[in-house]
Design a protein around this ligand. Sequence first.
Ligand code: 5GP
Ligand code: MN
Length: 339
Amino acid sequence: MNTQDLLNIKQLLASKKQIVIVPHKNPDGDAIGSTLGLYHYLLKGNHQVHVISPNDYPNFLKWIPGEKSILKHDTQTKICEALIEAADIIFTLDFNALHRTGNMETALAESKAIKIMIDHHQAPDAYATYVFSDVTMSSTCEMVYHFINMLGDANLIDAPIATCLYVGIMTDTGSFRFPSTTNKTHEIIAQLIEKGANNAEIHNRVFDANSYQSLQLLGCALTNLKIIPELRTAYITLSQEELNRYDYKKGDTEGIVNYGLSIENMILAAIFIEDKQEGIIKISLRSKGHFSVNDMARAHFNGGGHINAAGGKSFLSLKDTVENFISILPKYKKALNNE
Ligand code: 5GP
Ligand code: MN
């Protein structure tokens, strides 16, 4: 973000504004952590601030400071659309294309508000007035830390803000182990702990929130895991019937795809999850090294994301989606074996 943009934003925030902050649909730890971290910061500037999520999020995020104030567009459409229409500024966090907000897309596109994007995904769309986009960043939470810092307000970061930002950095880096984790990330984490983020408690709340049923579902997923050794690929399927059998709740499948990559020599892992209600197969892709699942998701699965973590969807049946996936793999054989 250049100095002029920063000055403009600083000036904009110098007087009271009506502000809406939006994460992507099916928000994860980084989306909820970054929107709430920014929310607490902007409240200190005396603004009127609302976080509007397109829909609900997992229970393991339902303790983050300020979480209860989040409005959900799918169940509170009228009030959300009125707030979007009345907003002076709309921050869009942890996504970079308006369709990532699902049914909120039209209201956001039609809004006259000044839009500010803060995001770390590849290939941002050009909808925002101000764009803070950096694909080298571990997480949007790390970027919100920099944003507050660049506005000269690091001293305003208190325990609630630090807690929110810690959550997203922790979840998006796989607990500080993915290559996106830098020395700077660790420095910021140290700062956040100093400001009052309770690292051990945050870890417990997010990762030790399994139910008996969710572990049974994990067992089912691992039983379904298949590998294609010559293509260094592992994939998992979960049908709607299997999800129902283990009383699936939002968030229960989070992270399961990573088990595929934990097998020796695997470079690419995928999970295909049937969603009968939406009529789609939700796809998550993960990779190691230079193999870009962002490219694969964009080319074949109506999606995108990062080099090593991307998502998308398919409108075929679960079986046909997997067959399609297997059929496209040979053209990546060289790339998969180059790692
Ligand atoms: P996940 O597999 O955990 O849903 O998503 C992995 C990464 O890809 C996340 O950063 C997420 O924001 C991004 N992502 C997931 N689904 C989509 C999609 O349909 N389109 C785009 N552009 N990105 C996605
Ligand atoms: Mn993120």
